[in-house]
Design a protein around this ligand. Structure first.
Ligand SMILES: Nc1ncnc2c1ncn2[C@@H]1O[C@H](COP(=O)(O)OP(=O)(O)O)[C@@H](O)[C@H]1O
Ligand SMILES: Cc1ncc(COP(=O)(O)OP(=O)(O)O)c(N)n1
Length: 268
């Protein structure tokens, strides 16, 4: 059994964060584990409150898993503070056999800061060099590089700059551009373009979390980075196509539609 660990925040409504990550790991046939960095009180309309975990419990969660279990890939999401970032860095540095996918989560769709603004530099300095793949969305890529991004050329320029900060592979996600949903993968030498149909749905809560977790699950399964990213793109596209309304705001993507259909229990 391949194992994948998510180090991220809890989303009480289950569409993003730890909950989305664990659903993704299960849907892709891997065994999921979690290290919680923060608890958010969150629903489909927004984030009401955030409580960071103290660094001791973050460290103990990570160390006790690595002490006991073979971990085939790690995904990192919401990390919140400089102290939590440095703790994660010191726990994972040296564990070079385990590929790390870093989703540099900054602000939720509803506009809440999930990374303290003063932590941006620590995120890139401490965690980018440990990451096999970094997956910024357009806004995150703009904050990291200090440049505005309006098109694929801008995504390519940002990918190069983020690669220069130490990430071995960069996927700049085009989910927030108009037109097809095109993401740009850069490995330091070549660009690869992941083209997806844009689905006209308001229910996109947790798309970035799901995409990065799917990359981690495929890396755990032994896929190369380009293969893992390509398969993850198929997975997130299907999850968005089958997303559904929940609550009064932005609904979640659907992780299990394929399994449910196969089992004949799919419930529209
Ligand atoms: N409406 C959509 N239709 C199809 N794919 C989308 C849509 N919105 C986002 N995506 C894809 O979902 C993935 C996550 O991207 P994005 O939503 O930009 O991340 P984030 O949640 O970090 O803002 C990317 O592969 C992106 O291209
Ligand atoms: C606990 C937590 N972590 C991350 C996010 C952001 O997830 P993302 O996939 O970027 O989805 P949206 O917030 O953009 O819907 C979150 N909301 N909560």
């Amino acid at each position: 059994m391949k194992t994948v660990l998510t180090i991220a925040g809890s989303d009480s409504c289950g569409g993003a964060g730890i909950q989305a990550d664990l659903k993704t790991f299960s849907a892709l046939g891997t065994y999921g584990m979690s290290v919680i960095t923060a608890v958010t009180a969150q629903n489909t309309m927004g984030v009401i409150n955030v409580r960071e975990m103290d660094v001791e419990i973050v460290r103990d969660q990570i160390d006790c898993l690595f002490d006991d279990i073979m971990i085939h890939a790690v995904k990192i999401g919401m990390v919140s503070s400089v102290e939590i970032i440095e703790t994660i860095g010191s726990c994972l540095r040296g564990r070079t056999d385990t590929p790390i996918v870093l989703d540099p989560v900054m602000v939720s769709k509803s506009g809440c800061h999930l990374l303290r603004p003063e932590s941006t530099e620590a995120l890139s300095k401490v965690l980018f060099p440990l990451a096999e793949v970094v997956t910024p969305n357009l806004f995150e890529a703009e904050v990291i590089t200090g440049q505005k991004i309006n098109n694929i050329d801008g995504m390519e320029e940002a990918a190069v700059k983020i690669h220069d900060l130490g990430a071995r592979n960069v996927v700049v996600k085009g989910g927030h551009l108009a037109g097809d949903a095109v993401d740009v993968l850069y490995d330091g030498l070549h660009f690869d373009y992941l083209k997806g149909t844009r689905f006209d749905t308001p229910n996109t809560h947790g798309t970035g979390c799901t995409f990065s977790s799917a990359i981690a699950a495929y890396l755990a399964g032994g896929f190369s980075v380009p293969e893992a990213v390509r398969e993850a793109k198929k997975y997130i596209s299907g999850a968005i196509e089958n997303s559904f309304a929940l609550g009064h705001g932005v609904g979640p993507t659907h992780h299990f539609y394929a399994l449910y259909r196969k089992a004949g229990v799919y419930n529209e």
